[in-house]
Every structure is written in C-alpha cells, then in structure tokens.
Ligand binder design. Structure first.
Ligand code: NAP
Length: 318
C-alpha cells in the first residue's frame, strides 16, 4: 500500500546527514531520509550500546558511531535528537568537529532554552537552524520510529534573528520532502503555543492519572477495570517518556506556568458553575470546545473515527 510520502528524490538534498540520538524522532528521521533519498549517507550516533546494536540490526544508517563528535565530521546536515536538557552537552562535544558551512539543527520540543544552550557552542562558520517537528507518539527508542511519522504534520523552524535565509530554506526543503508542512515562528512564541497545545495537556494527563493512582477510596484495579474513554486517552499521554517530559517542563518553565495560571482560573470558574448548578454555562463552554475539535479534524490533524483516529503507534503530535 502506498505510504503517501511520494517518490524518492532524484538526487539527495544533503551529502552526509548526521543524527545524534536514535530514539523515536532520530530513528524516524533516519527512516524517512532513507525512504526519500534525502541524504547521500546517513550517519547516526547514540550513547547507548543497545541502541547502536538495534540501529545496525534495523539498517537505519550507513554508519553507526559511538561518538557524536565522529558522526558529525564532514556532515553537511546535523540534527540533534536528544532530550532537551542534553542538547547543550552534545553541542559542546560536537562544536569543534562541525564542518564549516554545515547546517546544525535539532528536534527539541522547547526552543528558547535549546537555542540558548546550543548557540554559544556553535562555531560562526556553522548555520544553526532550530526546528521542532510537531509529531510523536508515547513510545520511545529506535524501534518506535517510522518513516511516515512527519507526514502531514507541522515542522516549526525557529531561526533566531539574523539566521542565514538560505540555510533556513534548505532545512525547510528537507522537512517538506520528509512529508511535513513547514512554518517559521519566533522561538518565544513557539514555546507559548506549544505550552498550551502540548505541554500543559501532558501535565494534566500526568496529574489525573497520578491522582487516580493515589486514591484511597477507589482501588487501582477498579480504575483500570472501569477506565472509560476519557481516562484511557489520558493514560496514553501519561505513558510518554519521563526524561523527555521532565526536560520539557524544566526548560519551558515560564510559558508553562503562564498557561497553567490561565488553566487554573478557568478550572475554578468551571467548579463554580457546577456548584451553582449553572447548566447554561457548562453547555455553552462544551459547545465552544466541540467546535475546536471539529476544526482540528477539518485541518486533517486528526480523524473523526470512533477510536479517536488512533491506531497503535499512530502520531499524536508533541
Ligand atoms: P527518545 O526516544 O527517548 O530518544 C532520545 C535519545 O537521546 C535516546 O537515544 C537517548 O539515549 C539519547 N539521550 C538521552 N540522554 C542523553 C544524553 N544526556 N546525552 C546523549 N544522548 C542522550 O526521545 P525522542 O522522543 O526521540 O525525543 C528526542 C527529541 O525530540 C527531544 O528533544 C524531544 O523533546 C523531541 N521531540 C519529541 C517528540 C515526541 O513526541 N516524542 C516529538 C517532537 C520532538 P539513551 O537511550 O541512552 O537514553
């Protein structure tokens, strides 16, 4: 069955692509780069021996390196796919080994803090173009990735002021060929938008599943046995990688706290409506929120299927 990614490019966009960190995102980039002929050679590096072994077994790259510094030698595109809190350390390690004229990018879910951590470690001769592919699942590791992860998803590029426009255009071309829709955004605005569309929803999911697990009056086996659609959907999100999400909250603190403040105020208003028996207020809000979901479906970012459009391993956008 066609995968919707179209034919491979007649000539690769980059000679040598280096991917550092071969988890869900890194391995998906490697897969789509191979599938679409985005790079002449694909080199990957991961600190974990098990991951490197899997990469070889799965045929994810032409070369699998132990060290990030060796992987980036001579690469004309380097993408960092490690947790947000690890970006600075990796940038420091590879900085002196980056080729002059290379494009350095990342896949981090937070942009402001990542730009601060990476920029100061990038030589002036290297073009740093930060990016965030807004696509993901609750799975992690090299086996979780798939070539179509980014198809019809957004990839947000957040070049700091003064970034070379040709480098931005080349990276946009890479992500478009990988199946994504590209948008350029200011890093601070990205962090605010993602705080409400992704980070706070994850926090709410972690919280509600944690609350259910800690209840004294309802047993854990009852929570599992009688879990209805709403709770089940929260548990899927709350199963997301703990390291990745810890780093997101520690590095997008201000935007998350601002959105949480708004969320808490609105929750208090809802509490009041329930206490006051304000059925009209509840009905009006639920009608407005329904329209948002319809808008997401109309944009093709979700389907209206009764399983919420999610098969196992399907994208959720993080
Ligand atoms: P993942 O599946 O957990 O993979 C992360 C990789 O980074 C692993 O290979 C891991 O190696 C390595 N790593 C962890 N800590 C490291 C360190 N201190 N130094 C060097 N390598 C380290 O994570 P992912 O989901 O692919 O996420 C990668 C990046 O993409 C993150 O910045 C995340 O914010 C972003 N992102 C994620 C999603 C999503 O939904 N998952 C979506 C968009 C963007 P070990 O196995 O040895 O720990």
């Amino acid at each position: 069955m066609p995968d919707g990614l179209g034919a491979p490019l007649p000539a690769p966009l980059f000679q040598r692509l280096a991917i550092i960190g071969l988890g869900l995102i890194g391995s998906s980039i490697a897969r789509v780069a191979r599938r679409k002929n985005l790079a002449g050679r694909i080199v990957v590096a991961d600190r974990s021996e098990d991951v490197r072994r899997r990469a070889v077994k799965l045929g994810l790259a032409d070369t699998v390196e132990t060290s990030a510094a060796s992987a980036v030698e001579d690469a004309d595109l380097v993408i960092l796919c490690v947790p947000v809190g690890a970006m600075g350390g990796v940038a420091e390690e590879i900085g002196p080994h980056l080729k002059s004229g290379a494009i350095l990018s990342d896949a981090g879910s937070v942009k402001g803090a990542v730009i601060t951590a990476i920029s100061k470690r990038v030589p002036a001769s290297v073009y740093f173009v930060p990016a965030h592919p807004v696509a993901g699942t609750e799975e992690s590791g090299p086996d979780a990735g798939f070539a179509t992860l980014f198809r019809n998803r957004w990839c947000i590029l957040t070049p700091p002021e003064g970034t070379d426009q040709k480098a931005v255009a080349r990276l946009a071309e890479f992500w478009t060929a990988a199946g994504a829709n590209v948008e350029i955004m200011n890093p601070a605005h990205h962090d605010l938008v993602l705080a409400i569309t992704s980070h706070v929803p994850h926090l709410i999911a972690y919280n509600i599943v944690g609350t259910a697990a800690d209840l004294e009056t309802v047993t854990q086996s009852e929570v599992i046995k009688f879990s209805a659609g709403g709770f089940r959907d929260f548990t899927r999100i709350a199963a997301s990688d703990p390291t990745m999400w810890r780093d997101v909250f520690l590095n997008n603190r201000e935007a998350v706290l601002e959105m949480l403040g708004r969320f808490t105020e609105d929750l208090t208003a809802l509490q009041r409506m329930i206490r006051n028996g304000d059925g009209k207020g509840l009905f009006d809000l639920f009608t407005r929120t329904r329209a948002i979901r319809r808008g997401i479906i109309a944009e093709g970012q979700e389907t209206a299927a009764p399983d919420f459009g999610r098969r196992t391993g399907e994208e959720n956008g993080s």
